[in-house]
Write a protein that binds this ligand. Sequence first.
Ligand code: GAR
Length: 195
Amino acid sequence: MLSVVVLISGSGSNLLALLEAAENPLYPVRVLAVGSDNPALGLEHAEKYGVPTFVVEADRFETREEFANVLMANIHFFDPDLVVLAGFMKMLPPSFVEAFRSKLINLHPSLLPLFPGAHAVRDALAAGANHTGSTIHLVDAGMDSGPIISQRELQIPEAVLEVELTEMIKVLERRHLVDVIREISEGTINMEGLI
Ligand code: GAR
């Protein structure tokens, strides 16, 4: 059984997919806690499933390092096997990345290295891409730049709106995240081998 802490910043639909999957006793993953950098809507999913939550607001700290240290202390309290960034929109400093080396993954709505950053869907449309998708990667100190664990692709329909494509990608991401975390738990994906 793989234990995870999930960090979110927004609606938490990917978190919800993981919580739903973990309801099945055959799914080898347990969500220990959910953290956020703001009182995010998605925390309600955790509360509904009886999973503890914590909020560490970045603007209460003078530096990114101080913010990350408090976030880290909260995560260490639960001592997870894996930390999952599922729509967590704050950059984390090298000290945080190093503390969770080979145990920290991020979900991103593009086929990295294409379109990193906070507006991946908008950027893919603006570039006239005809394919995009979902990437799950190990986190390093860069922006969406760590070793890629897995990608899933989709075709961008003509004249699709950003809001529609965002939802299409999220549908893909939910299945992708649930599957990849299962594979990490089962040892099919070896994270040490990726570093
Ligand atoms: C997801 O699409 C995730 O890939 C993206 O935020 C969304 C969160 O949705 N993350 C990034 O863009 C990170 N660079 P959710 O809150 O509904 O799960």
